[in-house]
Design a protein around this ligand. Sequence first.
Ligand code: C2E
Ligand code: CA
Ligand code: CA
Ligand code: CA
Length: 274
Amino acid sequence: AKARGRNGYRFYAPSMTGEGVERLRLETFLRRSIEKEEVFLNYQPQVEIDTGKLIGVEALLRWNHPELGLVPPFRFIPLAEDTGFINQLGKWVLYEACRQMVRWQEAGLHVPKIAVNLSVKQFERGSIVSMVADILRETGLEPQRLQLEVTESVIMNTGDAMAFINDLHKIGVGLAIDDFGTGYSSLAYLKQLPVQTLKIDRSFIKDISTDVNDEAIAIAIIQLGKSMNLSVIAEGVETDEQAAFLLRHGCNQAQGYYYSRPVSPEDLLQRWKS
Ligand code: C2E
Ligand code: CA
Ligand code: CA
Ligand code: CA
């Protein structure tokens, strides 16, 4: 009863119902999560290391179900991808994130940029570009303040991804490669695509002061970014030492628990306004 592990639902359903039933139940709940207002976003600050200045936030999706409690993204996002529901969910996330930027602005907090995660499935429909354009128009957020995060697998696995990404660039939206270094080894796409940012994956940051290989990889990514004129941000920064290491090696942008966990929009406002 363990085979379909990627979705993680087996951890979720310890009981006698069987995983197929459990998955179906989760799927049924998930489909109603938007209308029942069970989903919401948390925002994790991105900071400039040497000054501590807020340079942006990443929107992270949360699902709080009345019976199940808070279901972690690694359990429901793969399920949403498998069922196609990610298209609705992804659209909701994008709209909500852009609107929140405007709300903060109205409340007196200027957040320079918002990063939103896109799933590979959202590139399979062909409507991604008009969806983004519509949401920007409806919310009034400047395209330059939106950065879409995609993984290398989005670029490599999706036939039309390159075309969509170029179109998104044309409307002024930024692009970051998420979890950089964990996907495909081909770097050729970097010179073909209008990428602005590389995000060094947390797995390389974790043991940075003890593992020479992780250290070498992090330094190589920073150098690659520099020589290609890309900005580089480290994710999962948890300690002072990690931040100091990054700064020493020329990476001045970070995101991680050392600075802040993902927080509610109210908490973000409270902490950064002033
Ligand atoms: P991700 O895009 O790599 O997001 C970063 C994850 O690392 C987040 O987990 C964040 O809470 C966590 N994190 C941040 N700083 C630290 C740190 O210092 N230490 C540790 N241990 N963890 C840290 P989260 O929120 O559970 O999200 C997990 C994944 O779910 C995300 O990974 C992303 O792939 C996916 N996800 C989240 N929201 C969305 C969404 O709106 N759309 C899509 N397609 N995927 C999403
Ligand atoms: Ca991300
Ligand atoms: Ca990431
Ligand atoms: Ca990661």
